[in-house]
Ligand binder design. Structure first.
Ligand code: FES
Length: 193
């Protein structure tokens, strides 16, 4: 077997290597100096961005969890019950207006309570209580009702609607969430102590 002829090694001239080294050293110092100076700054910025990113993720998760969290639904009894006040605050044979619940609390001569809707059963006008006349008189078409809500004068087709009343620990409470229609007044509609 014949050996391949040796390739002649390419040697740089000494002068060229020295020049290259000088060039490299002339370029290197500024770069390494800059990287030495900027390295802590880069680390700081990196940590800052990392922290801000973490905060954003936590905030997003918080909002998402809060949004998905099941809420305790308000029951009708929580939203519709109006506390009228203590029983003794209402004189027998009196009618008290409650703007908030849009009803009248009528206390009968025997001490019983009725909560009457303020809406006329004819076309829905608000019916004022006329103390001097002892009756409700509708300003729209002159229907009138007595203190139990019973019709005294047409065109109202039926008595004023009722709201359920209950007395708890001497406090009168009215459920304005469920008005009751009725054909006539009945003693069983009265709430007593
Ligand atoms: S709306 Fe009351 S009488 Fe017509």
């Amino acid at each position: 077997m014949s050996k391949s002829p040796k390739q002649p090694s390419r040697k740089r001239p000494k002068g060229t290597e020295a020049a290259a080294a000088r060039t490299a050293s002339a370029i290197a110092p500024p770069d390494s100096e800059e990287s030495t100076v900027s390295s802590p700054r880069r680390r700081f910025l990196g940590r800052l961005w990392l922290g801000l990113g973490g905060l954003a993720v936590v905030e997003f998760l918080w909002i998402a969890i809060d949004f998905l969290r099941p809420r305790t639904p308000l029951t009708a009894s929580q939203t519709d019950i109006i506390v009228a006040g203590p029983v003794d605050a209402f004189e027998p044979s009196s009618v008290t207006a409650f703007q908030q619940g849009k009803f009248y609390l009528s206390r009968l001569a025997d001490g019983g309570f009725l909560a009457l809707s303020r809406e006329c059963t004819h076309l829905g006008c608000t019916v004022p209580w006329i103390e001097e006349e002892g009756r409700f008189v509708c300003p729209c078409h002159s229907s009138s009702y007595d203190h139990t809500g019973e019709v005294l004068q047409a065109p109202a087709p039926r008595p004023l609607d009722l709201y359920p009343v209950r007395i708890e620990n001497g406090i009168v409470k009215v459920d304005v969430g469920s008005p009751l229609r009725r054909k006539s007044f009945d003693r069983r509609q009265v709430t007593r102590l």
